[in-house]
Design a protein around this ligand. Structure first.
Ligand code: ADP
Ligand code: MG
Length: 140
């Protein structure tokens, strides 16, 4: 499965998130790539809103792992500052990937070997005032 969409506004991000959220199940991993400001965290929050109805417990941007309790639980993880895989233990990655939650991982390329090969990959192009282009690929 592979698709490409243009998301000119944040409202379009919400619509995409609502559609994508419907295929997500506990244990699924979504690996998010794209430059700073492309909208990875914005998309994560839109997916949380689509699944939980709100994102009131939205994590501050300096948190590298945030769990949204709900049904299903959602783990928002950011590998931005990871330069040694041992730091992933501290982050609690194993717990986040225990199959009970949906895991959404930003900057996954900083530790690609640490996440399951069965995953969705989302790449966002564009930042600032540019329209965003989103590529979605399912690994199998
Ligand atoms: N599709 C979009 N179109 C226009 N602006 C967007 C879109 N998606 C996100 N944004 C804006 O761009 C910025 C992205 O920030 P953020 O989601 O934190 O990016 P990242 O996590 O990739 O660094 C936010 O200010 C957000 O309001
Ligand atoms: Mg971010």
């Amino acid at each position: 499965m592979q698709l490409r969409v243009t998301l000119p506004t944040e409202q379009d991000v919400g619509k995409f998130a609502a559609a994508f959220a419907r295929v997500l199940h506990p244990g699924d991993v979504v690996a998010l790539g794209g430059p700073v400001g492309s909208g990875k965290s914005t998309l994560v929050r839109a997916i949380v809103r689509a699944l939980h109805g709100s994102d009131q417990s939205a994590s501050p941007s300096f948190t590298f792992r945030h769990r949204y309790d709900g049904d299903p639980p959602i783990e928002h993880i950011d590998f931005y500052r990871i330069d040694d895989p041992r730091e992933l233990v501290e982050l609690g990655l194993e717990e986040a990937l225990d199959g009970r939650s949906i895991a959404l991982i930003e900057w996954w390329r900083n530790a690609p070997e640490a996440i399951p090969p069965r995953r969705y990959e989302i790449e966002i192009e564009g930042a600032g005032d540019e329209p965003r282009k989103l590529f979605l690929r399912a690994s199998q």
